[in-house]
Design a protein around this ligand. Structure first.
Ligand code: HSE
Length: 299
């Protein structure tokens, strides 16, 4: 009576879609092993890959909070042992907390014979996000749960849908060895947005979705501009504009911050270009002594 579940890293915002766009990558991701217990307790038995940073307190860890909410909602009283194996960097802008949240509640739902369909696990997974950074946004958890490119059309009521992506679209993600706290990165944002920026951003949001659905790479490229969030958050990432320019010079369609950062992602047409872009971005960080890892994935 045990199960092992993998949940992938995700890129949220995708340039123009703050809190509403996100997509899953093939790797890296988190692994969670859940076992039924004979009593009714929920216990985190092991955490690896977190450099000792995560808590074993089940009311505070993003892997267990969604499980507690789920059991409360379904009124199922069962006990579980949870092993959490972090296989991606924490505080990286790759949806690390979301991957754990999704993997945990998904595993429990499977072990219980799937009382809920996957999509219905979303509100519980979002509670893990609330614990991690004080805000229950869904743009990492939804793609981690459903896969592919996901739009959060509405938060209240919650409404998410998937968008098909063209086969030659690849993402390069470069993770510099610095930490950005998501709570802080949300705190510095302005509450008001100008009419001019709203209009420009809406045009790009529409362009991105049409570009993905029609496999129009030029339209995707043209739409990868963020007038609202990136200009404010760029200061949190040293060398952001140098790395972005390196990606564009190497042939990327566009480049922006992954989630709240510090990871930076770029879209490319074709795997070969995506790999070249990764080398260029990584060496741009390394020029100033910042160690960086590059990942390339289909979408
Ligand atoms: N949309 C979120 C943000 C994703 O940018 O703050 C990070 O968790």
């Amino acid at each position: 009576d045990s199960i092992k579940i993998f949940a992938p890293a995700t890129v949220a915002n995708v340039a123009c879609g703050f809190d509403i766009f996100g997509f899953a990558v093939d790797a890296p991701g988190d692994e969670v092993i859940v076992r039924k217990r004979t009593d009714k307790q929920i216990v985190i038995t092991q955490i690896t890959g977190d450099e000792g940073k995560l808590t074993y307190d089940i009311s505070k860890n993003t892997v267990s909070v969604p499980i507690l909410k789920y059991l409360q909602y379904t009124q199922i009283s069962e006990g579980f042992d949870i092993e959490l194996h972090k296989k991606m960097p924490l505080g990286s802008g790759l949806g690390s907390s979301s991957a754990s949240s999704v993997a945990g509640v998904f595993a429990v739902n499977e072990l219980l014979g799937k009382p809920l369909v996957s999509k219905d696990l979303l509100p519980f997974s979002m509670e893990g996000e609330r614990v991690a950074c004080g805000s229950a946004h869904a743009d990492n958890v939804a793609p981690a749960l459903l896969g592919g490119f996901v739009v959060v059309r509405s938060y209240n009521p919650l409404d998410v849908f998937k968008v098909p992506t063209p086969s030659e679209l690849f993402v390069t993600i470069v993770h510099p060895d610095i930490e950005v706290n998501t709570k802080d990165a949300r705190h510095i944002l302005r509450n008001e947005v100008s009419m001019k920026n709203t209009i420009a951003q809406m045009g790009n949001v529409a362009g991105m979705i049409a570009g993905l659905m029609q496999a129009d790479y030029q339209l995707i490229a043209n739409s990868m501009i963020d007038f609202i969030i990136e200009p404010v958050r760029a200061i949190l990432i040293p060398e952001f504009f140098e790395v972005k320019n390196a990606a564009l010079d190497a042939g990327a369609l566009g480049c922006s911050i992954s989630g709240a950062g510090p990871s930076i992602f770029a879209f490319s047409k074709g795997l070969e270009t995506a790999e070249k872009v990764g080398i260029a971005m990584k060496s741009s960080f390394e020029k100033v002594g910042i160690i960086a890892n590059a990942y390339v994935s289909g979408i």
